[in-house]
Write a protein that binds this ligand. Structure first.
Ligand SMILES: Cc1ncc(C[n+]2csc(CCOP(=O)(O)OP(=O)(O)O)c2C)c(N)n1
Ligand code: SF4
Ligand SMILES: [Mg+2]
Length: 357
């Protein structure tokens, strides 16, 4: 017997959600998973398919959102779902979108809009699968959304360090010790900013957070409506990896944005719009909270000394005060009145400095 799509959502039509009353009733990611209590990545999955509706195919890279969501004989996915290899979200998205297009052109599938969403974690997307995602974002003839859910570690294999792990955080690969308080001192890689600046064929790149559910669902919808290859990056509090009580997940999502550590924005056809509290902060309508408010709530930062908090704060201040677009594009203008294209002649290449030292 043919299974009819759910009637309450019009598959082709994904209007922007104006308020909670507009949020679709249908749940397409339901019970039957084993994610931890308070797992925000699971909430991202739920919001993602709620926003995209039933005519969606989801492809998932290895990680918590694969393993915990596919226990033998159970699944929370109401939409078609397929596992793909850890670094393969980009190629799975492109291959599926291309396959659908061919089948429709040959008349083997009804010609209709089917949303293709491939998700990956920060390990799978920002580290291992970066090249594949980048390649997919250049193929403008194929419609797909890549969603990177970022819990700031390789969580599924017991919280290892990734390029998205924040400065100084404890992971199983970066424990604190008496010899070395901070094992990890690299700043988080700016994945959505990098995708936005480097991929002119992608019409839509965004950064969101499940704590701002309507904002996130609208970003998913806009990506799918604009079409072509698109990318959304979410910051997802993870009680196990970040070491806090599960009841605080939403609060930590809010604090990440309110302290300016995580920025909410979307880049549509090369135009950047800050959204939610990020926009209010940038416009001076809201004051940025001190980063300590966020750091002190998580066990992974409990070894921080005052100087570590100060360094964290100073780096976030720099993102907001010196970057070309606050919290988004990490270029600075060398001389305030010089215009964008003039190169600061005082800047020497690093090797030149090494020679004179
Ligand atoms: C090629 C490959 N290397 C290593 C693994 C083991 N592995 C499975 S899940 C995982 C962690 C993935 O981290 P991330 O993408 O951030 O997703 P998360 O687990 O945090 O949800 C690793 C290393 C694998 N499945 N495949
Ligand atoms: S370890 Fe973190 S990301 Fe994984 S299921 Fe638990 S809360 Fe979610
Ligand atoms: Mg991860």
């Amino acid at each position: 017997m043919a299974i009819e799509p759910l009637a309450s959502t019009t598959p082709q039509d994904l209007p922007q959600i104006k308020g909670v009353k507009d949020v679709p009733y249908d749940e397409l990611f339901v019970s039957g998973h084993r994610t931890c209590q308070g797992c925000e990545s699971a909430l991202v999955m739920r919001h993602m398919v709620k926003a995209s509706g039933p005519r969606t195919i989801v492809l998932g890279s290895t990680g918590c959102m694969y393993v915990a969501n596919t226990t033998y004989y159970t699944t929370p996915w109401v939409v078609p779902w397929m596992h793909t290899q850890l670094g393969a979200a980009g190629s799975a998205a492109l291959g599926t979108a291309a396959g659908l297009k061919v089948l429709m052109r040959k008349g083997k599938l009804k010609d209709e809009k089917i949303n293709v969403i491939a998700f990956c974690g920060d390990g799978g997307g920002a580290d291992m699968g970066l090249g594949g995602i980048s390649a997919t974002l250049t193929h403008k003839d194929y419609n797909s959304l890549i969603l990177l859910y970022d819990n700031e570690s390789y969580a599924n294999t017991d919280i290892q360090l990734s390029s998205q792990t924040p400065y100084g955080a404890v992971t199983t690969f970066s424990p604190t010790g008496s010899e070395k308080r901070l094992m990890h001192t690299r700043w988080k890689k700016n994945m959505p900013g990098m995708m936005a600046t480097g991929h002119p064929e992608s019409r839509y790149i965004a950064a969101g957070c499940a704590a701002y559910a309507v904002d996130l669902m609208n970003k998913i919808r806009r990506a799918l409506e604009l079409g072509g290859p698109t990318f959304v990056h979410t910051l997802d509090p993870c009680p196990k990896g970040w070491d806090y009580h599960p009841q605080y997940s939403q609060e930590l999502g809010h604090l990440a944005v309110e302290t300016g550590i995580w920025t909410l924005y979307e880049v549509i056809d090369g135009v950047c719009n800050l959204t939610g509290p990020t926009r209010q902060i940038a416009e001076g309508r809201k004051k940025r909270k001190p980063v300590y408010e966020y750091l002190k709530r998580q066990g992974r930062f409990s070894h921080f000394a005052d100087e570590d908090v100060e360094h964290f704060q100073a780096t976030v201040d720099k993102m907001w005060e010196e970057w070309l677009i606050p919290g988004v594009i990490p270029f600075t203008i060398p001389q305030k009145d010089a215009g964008l294209l003039r190169i600061d002649k005082r800047a020497k290449p690093l090797h030149a400095e090494a020679k004179t030292a």
